[in-house]
Design a binder for this molecule. Structure first.
Ligand SMILES: Nc1nc2c(ncn2[C@@H]2O[C@H](COP(=O)(O)OP(=O)(O)OP(=O)(O)O)[C@@H](O)[C@H]2O)c(=O)[nH]1
Ligand SMILES: [Mg+2]
Length: 192
């Protein structure tokens, strides 16, 4: 199966020294953004390992993850979703090659806030392809992806932009990732 040899090659979290790290100059990143607690790190680790892997702590700054598949090597850059880190989103979105935006599908009250940030981001970069993960689909309260599509006003994202929406879930540690997440990974490898 393609990609099953993929692994987590590198992970770095930075806060104060980010400016010196060279991260800033790169323009080949697959950006992983979204509000705190949406599940960005958990999804990213699970995609890297092809096994469910929950994050153990909120991302304090940047989290760079390299995922290799048979055919490609992808560099993902998550930026923490807590308030102090959101100002960096805009800096990085202007030169990212792909934007993965993760939302907590069960966190109804914060969907308007997520929508606001998403639309701000795509306005800054009018061409960046967008992949939305409607995460936490395992929770009873989770909105179905059609409701997430509506709540995030994804029909306004633009006719010329490539846009995909996936329902994702990070459940029992160690279990196999659901097929939609494998599909999403294949698609990302194709787009990147
Ligand atoms: N039930 C459920 N819990 C999830 C899912 N994805 C993540 N979580 C949990 O949600 C919490 C936040 O997950 P993280 O992956 O740390 O979220 P994040 O978006 O990286 O958050 P920041 O780094 O703070 O921006 C953790 O307790 C995860 O275990 C999911 O699909 N379902
Ligand atoms: Mg995180």
């Amino acid at each position: 199966e393609a990609g099953s040899q993929g692994g987590l090659l590198r992970k770095t979290e930075r806060d104060r020294d980010w400016a010196r790290s060279g991260l800033q100059e790169k323009n080949n990143h697959i950006l992983v953004l979204g509000l705190d607690g949406a599940g960005k790190t958990s999804v990213l680790y699970s995609l890297a390992l092809n096994r469910v892997q929950h994050s153990k702590a909120p991302t304090q700054g940047f989290n760079e993850v390299c995922i290799s598949t048979e055919h490609s090597q992808m560099e993902f850059l998550e930026i923490g979703g807590s308030e102090p880190f959101r100002s960096y989103w805009e800096v990085y979105v202007s030169r990212g090659m792909l934007l993965i935006f993760v939302v907590d599908s069960a966190d109804h009250s914060r969907l308007p806030e997520a929508k606001k940030y998403l639309h701000r981001l795509i306005k800054i970069n009018p061409v960046i392809p967008l992949v939305v993960f409607a995460n936490k689909q395992d929770l009873k309260a989770a909105y179905h992806i059609t409701d997430i599509h509506e709540a995030l006003a994804l029909s306004d994202v633009g006719n010329d932009r490539t846009m995909f929406l996936f329902g994702t879930q990070v459940t029992e540690n160690g279990s196999e990732i659901p097929s939609t997440m494998q599909d999403a990974k294949d698609l990302i490898a194709h787009l990147a």
